[in-house]
Ligand binder design. Structure first.
Ligand code: NAD
Ligand code: DAU
Length: 339
């Protein structure tokens, strides 16, 4: 059985590849990745020599190349992680988000229609639901919450979800969609909150918190997300959406203070910077459906997961130092100025 994993040189896709190759020794995994700024081949070094693994550098928008690969490999399942994933970059320049996240998803699904597939799984996000108010802790996103997006990123992801569900209804393509909350863990690109704060703190650089730092995110250890997708592609029902999240809401400022504590760094490194435009206030997932229908529950407590993550960044300095010393420097300067 061959699984295509798109975006597998990125954060969650790479963790998913490790999970699948370890758990299913008889599966073949083909990783399709364009290797954008966020894709890193060194992330996949540990599986490079695995006989069940193949890497193909490909843009999911390149119809001819995608169709050729489907023809050659005849995948049984496609899990689509490939995306432009950073909200701040989408605010600065939306176009590539529309191309990759919408047209790329459609191209993959067209190839699935042409060559046949047992399952196309679209990895989506809780951001498609917009945000919740800070003063209503009783409210959560369910699969029935209306789509109501805030950023070009979340709008492009919502469009892809709707397309995937339309391909199910119109063409009968066996599609599932998962909408997960914020992930953290190894190989998280250092432009995102947790790895950015760890890297900056280790370099005694300022820790830039947007606005007042009161925005809330619902954090899930990346392995738990991978296990949820594994369950959905094997046991989930075609045409269904599954929310994934672990009831682990935290304010940004508390995350940053916790990282300072874990690393023995002073909170005086924290600075407050201009807020993100259209900044979503609170995300909070109700995971009842995936729990009751598929038996999924998160296994890693945040207090353990954050320790494991900090340890990983301490032990894998070369991985993130290579990133932040390259092209990333220009991005950082543009985003944060001299902070
Ligand atoms: P990431 O930015 O770390 O990785 C994205 C990967 O996609 C990179 O390897 C990149 O090279 C590849 N890619 C980008 N454009 C491509 C294209 N046109 N063709 C082929 N490959 C391309 O992202 P991530 O954080 O691992 O997120 C993966 C998926 O999960 C995304 O779809 C994202 O929307 C979704 N998601 C992320 C989170 C999170 O907290 N990070 C939470 C919920 C959902
Ligand atoms: O909820 C799922 C989403 O989580 C995914 O769909 C996205 O792909 C992923 O990037 C993530 O989006 P967020 O915007 O929530 O993550 P980010 O790490 O960029 O920011 C988390 C919070 O921290 C957010 O409220 C903005 C804030 N922040 C972020 C950065 C980078 C800061 O205060 N300072 C920063 O420097």
């Amino acid at each position: 059985m061959t699984i295509f994993v798109t975006g597998g040189a990125g954060f969650i896709g790479s963790n998913f590849i490790f999970h699948i190759l370890k758990k299913y020794p008889d599966y073949r995994v083909v990783c399709l990745d364009k290797l954008t700024y966020a894709g890193n081949l060194s992330t996949l070094a540990s599986v490079e020599g695995n006989k069940n693994f193949r890497f193909v550098k490909i843009d999911i928008c390149d119809r001819q190349a995608v169709f050729n690969l489907f023809k050659e490999e005849k995948p049984h399942t496609v899990v689509n992680f490939a995306a432009e994933s950073h909200v701040d970059r989408s605010i600065a320049d939306p176009e590539i988000f529309l191309k990759t996240n919408i047209l790329g998803t459609a191209t993959l699904m067209d190839a699935c229609r042409e060559y046949g597939i047992k399952r196309f799984h679209q990895v989506s996000t809780d951001e498609v639901y917009g945000d919740l108010p800070l003063d209503r802790p009783d409210l959560f996103f369910t699969e029935k919450t209306p789509i109501h997006t805030s950023s070009p990123y979340s709008s492009s992801k919502a469009a892809a979800d709707l397309l995937a569900l339309a391909y199910y209804r119109t063409y009968g393509l066996p599609v599932t969609v998962s909408r997960c909350s914020n992930n953290y863990g190894p190989y998280h690109f250092p432009e995102k909150l947790i790895p950015l704060m760890i890297a900056n703190a280790l370099n005694d650089k300022p820790l830039p918190v947007y606005g007042t730092g009161e925005n809330v995110r619902d954090w899930l250890y990346v392995e738990d997300h991978c296990k949820a997708i594994d369950l959905i592609i094997h046991k989930g029902k075609a045409g269904e959406v599954y929310n994934v999240g672990g009831h682990n809401e935290m304010r940004n400022i508390d995350i940053v203070k916790l990282i300072c504590k874990e690393l023995g760094k002073p909170e005086s490194l924290i600075i407050y910077v201009s807020d993100r435009k259209g900044h979503d206030l609170r995300y909070a997932i109700d995971p009842t459906k995936i729990h009751t229908e598929l038996g999924w529950l998160p296994e890693t407590k945040f207090s353990d997961g954050i320790k494991k993550t900090v340890k990983w960044y301490l032990e894998n300095r070369k991985w993130w130092e290579d990133i932040i010393s390259g092209e990333y420097k220009n991005y950082y300067e543009k985003m944060y100025g001299n902070a």
